[in-house]
Design a binder for this molecule. Sequence first.
Ligand code: 4NP
Length: 150
Amino acid sequence: MTKILMVCLGNICRSPLAEGIMRSKFPNDTFLVDSAGTANYHIGNAPDSRSIAVAKKYGLNISGLKGRQFSVLDFDAFDLIYVMDESNFKNVIALARDDKDIAKVKFILNEVYPNQDYNVPDPYYGGDEGFENVYKMLDEACDRIAEKLN
Ligand code: 4NP
C-alpha cells in the first residue's frame, strides 16, 4: 500500500483539500492518504469553512477531517510527503533524520511543473477565489500523482 501525506502550515486550508482530492482519485484502498500541518495552531480543528465549501462544490466532503501536526514519525509512516510551499519544505526537512527521509519530501506542484519548486499559495488571509485557485492547482497535481501511481 502506498502511503501519501499532504503537508501545509496549519492543516486547515490546503492540505485537507489535497487529502480529500487525492483520496477521490484512487478507486480502492490500496492507497492511504492523510494530511498534517507543520504548525500546532489548529490541532483537532476541522478544515477552514472555505476549504470545506470549495470541496463540497466539487463533490467532496472533507468536513470530518481534524488538524494534526507533522511529526518525525511521519517519515516512517509515509512513503511520499507532499508539501505545499517552500516554508513547509524547510520545516519538514529540518526534522529529517537521514537522506531516506529527505527523499520522501516533494513539492506537490513539481508533479505538474517538474523541478520548479512552485508554491501552492496560502489562501488563509484572502478571499474565496484563493480557495478556488488552490483547488484547481491541487486537482491537477493529484491527477498527475494518480496517473503515476494507479
Ligand atoms: P494552511 O493555511 O497552511 O493551508 O492550512 C493556514 C491556516 C492557518 C494559518 C496559516 C495558514 N494560521 O496562521 O493560523
